[in-house]
Design a binder for this molecule. Structure first.
Ligand code: XMP
Length: 512
C-alpha cells in the first residue's frame, strides 16, 4: 500500500492539477470529497492532507467545510487559497469577506523559509486567485511570507505541522511552485517518493477489474493517442472482455486502417472490429461545401454508425473512453484565470445514456504527457504515443470545398509524401502538426514537354504548445524543396505546392 496524501477537493478546477504535481514528485495521492470523515482518512493511512482551493467564501451558506476532526489527526496539513481561509475559520483566525476576486501575478517575499520554502529564492513570482483574505492568524501560527496584497501569503504552525499559502503553487505561473509542494510532501509529511507510471498502471488495472467484473467493455478506437492508450490499458486489465470498434469513415490518411489493424489485431491481439462506412460518409457529404455543415454531417454519421455497430456486436455493460483530465491551459497569454480555460471532450455525447452503457474512463485523471508515459510503458510504439493530433472529421476538413473520392486520393498521396519526409528528417517529432491540404484550384504547369492543368496542395506545418496559438514552422529550405518536388513528381493530379505561412491567430491550424 503506497503512502497516501489526501487532497480534499473544495471545488477548485485546479484540484486535479494539485494531484498531477504530486504525481510529478512520485508521491501517491488521492482526491477525496471535502467532507470525508477524518476517521476514513486515518483508516486509509493518510500521511498528509492538502486542502484545495475553491470558488466559495468560507462564510457562504453553501460553503464546503471539512470534518473539523481532520485537524486532530496529527498529520501535516497544507491549505491552499480557500484552504487557508478554512484554516483561519476553523482554527481561530479571522477571514475578511471580499466581494471581488483577486486574479493574477503577484510577488512573494519569503521572510522565514522554514520547511515549506526551504531551498527557494527569497523573492518569487506567484499566481493569485482568491476572494476572501486571512486578516488574523489563528493561535500558534506565524507569517512566513508576504505578498503585495497580504501579510499572510505564507503561514505555518510548526508544532502541529500546519501550513498555508494564499496563492496557487500548483499552476505553472507560480515560480518554483512544485518545489513548495515537494517540500510539503517530502520535507514535512516524509512521504515516500516511489509512485511511478508502473504503479499507476497496476492500480488502474485492479480498478478496471473491480469495476468491470465479468462484464464486457466496448471502445471506439480512433488511432489517436488517447483511445489507443485506453485500449491498451483496458486490454491489459480485462483481455477478451474488451471489444474495440474502429470506424473507417473514408476520411482517413493513407494506410491508416491497415496500420491500426496490424497494430491492435495482430500485435496486441485485441478483439478489433473494423466497420467500413466510407461509402455512407461520402454519400452524405456529396456536394456539401460549407465547413460547419461538413463537420456536422461527419459527427452525426459517426455517432449513428458507431451506435449501430455496437448494437450488432452484442450486449455490453460498459463503454470505454480515452477521456483525459480536461486540458488546463497553462499559458499566460490566454485570459486571466487558468481554471476558467478548461475544455472538455466528449466525442460520443448522449450515446452512453441511450444505450444504457456505463462509462469507464481509466485515463480521466491524467494529463496528455502522462498518458503518453502510460502508453509507452504499456508497449505502444513511439509512432502511436507521440502521434501528432488528427481532427475527428479527418481529411474531410482538409479537402476544401466538396469532397470526392478522387480528391481524397490526391490528398492522401500528397500527405503521405509529406509525412514520409517529416519522419525521415525527424521534424515530425519536433513540430506540433504537419499535414497537406487539398485546394480545388487548378493551375497551369509543365511536366516533361506537356502542358498540365492540375490541382494545388498546401503544406500546413505548425509549431504550438497547446493548439490555442500556433506559428508556422521554419523548416529548412532543402527539406521543403524535397517535399515539393516529390509531391509534384509522385502524386498525379498535383502540379503546384504552396506553403502556408499563417500564424494562429488569425488563421486556425486546420483550414476548415
Ligand atoms: P484549429 O483548426 O481550431 O485546431 O486551430 C486546433 C487543434 O484541434 C484539432 N482539431 C480537431 N480535433 N476534432 C478534433 O478532435 C475536431 O473537429 C477538430 N478540429 C480541429 C486540430 O487538428 C488542431 O490540433
Amino acid at each position: 500500500m503506497p503512502q497516501t496524501i489526501a487532497v480534499l477537493d473544495f471545488g477548485s478546477q485546479l484540484t486535479q492539477v494539485i494531484a498531477r504535481r504530486i504525481r510529478e514528485c512520485q508521491v501517491y495521492s488521492k482526491i477525496y470529497h471535502f467532507a470525508t470523515p477524518a476517521a476514513k482518512l486515518r483508516e486509509d493511512g493518510v500521511v498528509g492532507i492538502i486542502l484545495s482551493g475553491g470558488p466559495q467564501s468560507v462564510y457562504a451558506k453553501t460553503a464546503p467545510h471539512p470534518d473539523p476532526a481532520i485537524f486532530e489527526l496529527g498529520v501535516p496539513v497544507l491549505g491552499i487559497c480557500y484552504g487557508v481561509q478554512l484554516m483561519g475559520h476553523f482554527l481561530g483566525g479571522k477571514v475578511a469577506l471580499s466581494k471581488e476576486r483577486e486574479y493574477g501575478h503577484g510577488h512573494l517575499t519569503i521572510k522565514q523559509p522554514g520547511k515549506l520554502f526551504a531551498g527557494l529564492p527569497r523573492r518569487l513570482r506567484i499566481w493569485n486567485s482568491h476572494g476572501d483574505k486571512l486578516t488574523k492568524l489563528p493561535p500558534g501560527f506565524k507569517a512566513t511570507a508576504i505578498s503585495e496584497n497580504s501579510p499572510f501569503a505564507g503561514i505555518e504552525d510548526t508544532k502541529r505541522r500546519f501550513y498555508g499559502i494564499q496563492f496557487h503553487p500548483e499552476v505553472f505561473h507560480t515560480e518554483r511552485g512544485v518545489d513548495m509542494i515537494r517540500n510539503f510532501l517530502v520535507g514535512i509529511c516524509r512521504a515516500r517518493q516511489d509512485w511511478t507510471t508502473k504503479d499507476f498502471i497496476a492500480h488502474a488495472v485492479a480498478d478496471i477489474r473491480a469495476k468491470v467484473g465479468k462484464g464486457r467493455v466496448l471502445l471506439g478506437l480512433s488511432g489517436g493517442v488517447d483511445s489507443s492508450v485506453a485500449a491498451a490499458l483496458l486490454h491489459k486489465a480485462i483481455g477478451k472482455q474488451l471489444t474495440c470498434v474502429f470506424v473507417d469513415n473514408g476520411l482517413l490518411r493513407k494506410d491508416e486502417r491497415n496500420y491500426v489493424e496490424a497494430l491492435y489485431k495482430r500485435n496486441f491481439k485485441i478483439d478489433l472490429r473494423v466497420v467500413d462506412a466510407s461509402k455512407l460518409f461520402l454519400r452524405r457529404l456529396k456536394g456539401v461545401t460549407e465547413p460547419e455543415q461538413k463537420r456536422k454531417i461527419i459527427g452525426r454519421t459517426f455517432v449513428a454508425v458507431f451506435e449501430q455497430s455496437l448494437k450488432s456486436i452484442g450486449h455490453a455493460e460498459f463503454l470505454g473512453q480515452g477521456t483525459l483530465y480536461p486540458d488546463v491551459i497553462e499559458s499566460v497569454s490566454i485570459g486571466n484565470n487558468p481554471a476558467s480555460l478548461i475544455k472538455t471532450h466528449h466525442n460520443v455525447g448522449g450515446l452512453p445514456e441511450r444505450m444504457k452503457l456505463k462509462l469507464i474512463e481509466p485515463l480521466r485523471e491524467l494529463f496528455k504527457d502522462e498518458v503518453r508515459q502510460v502508453g509507452a510503458a504499456l508497449g505502444l510504439p513511439k509512432e502511436v504515443v507521440w502521434r501528432q493530433p488528427f481532427p475527428g472529421p479527418g481529411l474531410g476538413v482538409r479537402v476544401m470545398g466538396d469532397i470526392t473520392a478522387d480528391k481524397l486520393e490526391i490528398l492522401r498521396n500528397a500527405d503521405f509524401v509529406l509525412q514520409d519526409e517529416m519522419m525521415k528528417s525527424g521534424f515530425y517529432w519536433k513540430v506540433w502538426q504537419s499535414f497537406a491540404v487539398f485546394l480545388p484550384v487548378k493551375t497551369v504547369g509543365v511536366f516533361g514537354d506537356e502542358r498540365t492543368y492540375d490541382y494545388v496542395v498546401a503544406l500546413r506545418i505548425v509549431e504550438s504548445i497547446d493548439a490555442m496559438t500556433a506559428d508556422w514552422a521554419k523548416l529548412p529550405y532543402d527539406l521543403l524543396q524535397k517535399i515539393s518536388s516529390r509531391i509534384t513528381n509522385e502524386v498525379r493530379g498535383v502540379s503546384r505546392v504552396v506553403l502556408d505561412i499563417s500564424s494562429k491567430p488569425p488563421a486556425t491550424i486546420e483550414w476548415e
